[in-house]
Ligand binder design. Structure first.
Ligand code: SAJ
Length: 453
């Protein structure tokens, strides 16, 4: 029996031992689905703390409950470890490690390369290797296939290689690893057949495509699509502000179109582990082909400029009350990068915190999910408590993240000037509520007096 047939049989009869490398918000849910699929799973992660937590049945991933984790441990088919040498006993591995950007916005594929170096030491012939980390088209071929073939192995014969982009949306209550269609591209038809067979036992729908590059590019298309459309809405907000039109009402009206339109919304900028980063992977790789993606570059510059616009809007509003940002007290409401998550990565709120401070304001924040962060000065900054009497003492409140748990009427009733960057206060009355994408007109002198009253 050849290597292909042997692995195919192990996938069908569930005797294949599967490794998941990288146990974060992508890898841990994938490990859980693989265990539910009937396989023995070895979870490998660099961080001993994560492994200890998993062994103790305590989840650190928002979408995996302790109960689910403990059920996995109870099957006696889940082995968390920091030891890469277990790879030599595995039949398949999925690589779910981070792909961040370097300080100068270039792809940082060092996590993938580190895994490949371990594979070179421990991989056994006949195994299926699937990369899931979001990355530029060509990564699977250049950083995995070519590296392993230097050892004399042949992809599609001595090992089988696929790329299957993660589509995990943390906090999404409707879509999860199991029910989100999974694209998978393989180096050869046999690779695709084995990848499709394994993932077909883990998730509801598998979408085979011809090559890893097609799969890599499809993921970047998905997220660049979002970045460009969000940037367009941000530009519409800037335009409507200049033209004295309410961008939120405009978007609401356009959203009534039942076809040929898809709503996106302006905001204080874009955060998270995907949208700010993924398009940079694509534009970086395209430049190597002397192709400069104007959409990606323009979208990045518009999205990155939004914190400056929110700062300007805050200065405008304080000015209405004859206040200077310097020595004002500002409260940021919501610091996480999107509603109802505790993730602060790339959150525009962090940039605004720094800008408000740089302009002499005293800045605090309240976020029931994202409890603390380390600012640029290296100081640990903690969310203040939900204390309405204390909230009244601020000169303005800047709503950055529209968590569902906020009581917007209660906050509006404080009478403190609000700069709303998400239209979170929609339907809440109050002349002291100002929104991005809407002009702030300085009232006539007598009106200022009443504002100050
Ligand atoms: N944002 C806007 N306006 C919008 C939508 C988002 O300003 O209209 C901002 C958000 O506040 C956030 C950033 O953009 O700061 C990214 O938001 P996101 O909704 O794209 O959330 P992410 O980063 O968690 O994106 C993930 C992605 N999932 C994967 O990459 C697997 C993305 O592909 C999903 O489409 C997205 O979740 C989703 O639909 O929620």
């Amino acid at each position: 029996m050849g290597r292909f047939e042997e692995l195919q049989k192990k996938i069908v009869d569930r005797t294949a031992k599967v490794g998941v490398i990288g146990l974060g918000y992508v890898g841990l849910p994938l490990a859980v689905e693989t265990i539910k699929g009937g396989y023995t799973v070895v979870g490998i992660d660099l961080h001993p703390g994560k492994i200890d937590s998993l062994k103790a049945g305590v989840s650190y991933v928002q979408d995996i409950s302790n109960e689910t984790l403990q059920e996995c441990l109870a099957t006696k088919r889940f082995y968390p470890t920091t030891d890469y040498s277990v790879i030599e006993n595995l039949d398949a591995i999925s690589i779910c490690v981070p792909t961040p950007l370097s300080p100068n916005q270039d792809p940082d594929t060092s996590y993938i390369t580190n895994v490949v170096n371990q594979l070179k030491k421990y991989m056994k012939q006949g195994m299926l290797i699937t990369l899931e980390s979001t990355t530029y088209p060509g990564t699977t071929e250049e950083l995995i296939q070519w590296e392993l073939e230097k050892l004399g192995y042949q992809a599609g014969e001595d090992f089988f290689l696929c790329y299957s982009p993660e589509r995990v949306d943390p906090g999404n209550r409707n879509f999860n690893t199991h029910n989100t269609p999974k694209i998978i591209g393989g180096t050869t038809p046999k690779c695709i057949e084995l990848g499709t067979a394994l993932y077909g036992n883990l998730v509801k729908t598998v979408v085979p495509v011809s090559t890893p590059k097609v799969a890599e590019m499809s993921k970047l298309l998905e997220n660049t699509f979002r970045s460009v459309n969000i940037a367009f809405m941000n530009e519409m907000a800037l335009m409507c502000d200049k033209m004295g039109i309410n961008v939120w009402e405009v978007i609401k009206a356009a959203s009534t179109k039942p076809f040929g339109y898809m709503p996106f919304y302006p905001g204080p900028g874009i955060g998270g582990h995907c949208i700010p980063l993924d398009p940079m992977y694509l534009s970086w790789k395209a430049k190597g082909f002397r192709f400069h993606s104007q959409f990606i570059d323009i979208a990045q510059s518009i999205n990155d400029s939004m914190p400056d616009y929110v700062l300007h809007k805050t200065v405008q509003v304080l000015n209405l009350y004859a206040k200077s940002i310097n020595s004002s007290k500002i409260l940021i409401l919501g610091m996480a990068y999107k509603p109802d998550v505790d993730d602060l990565r790339e959150s525009p709120g962090l940039e605004l915190y720094e800008q408000f401070k740089k302009n002499g304001a005293t800045v605090d924040y309240y976020d029931p999910h994202a409890k603390h962060f380390v600012n640029k000065a290296g100081q640990s900054v903690h969310s203040i408590d939900y204390d309405l009497e204390r909230f009244r003492t601020y000169d303005c409140m800047v709503l950055i993240t529209n968590h569902k748990s906020f009581d917007y009427q209660e906050l509006a009733d404080l009478g403190v000037a609000v700069i709303d960057t998400r239209n979170a206060f929609e339907g809440v009355e109050g002349s002291h509520i100002y929104k991005i994408g809407m002009a702030v007109s300085v009232p006539q002198q007598k009106e200022i007096v009443s504002l100050l009253a």
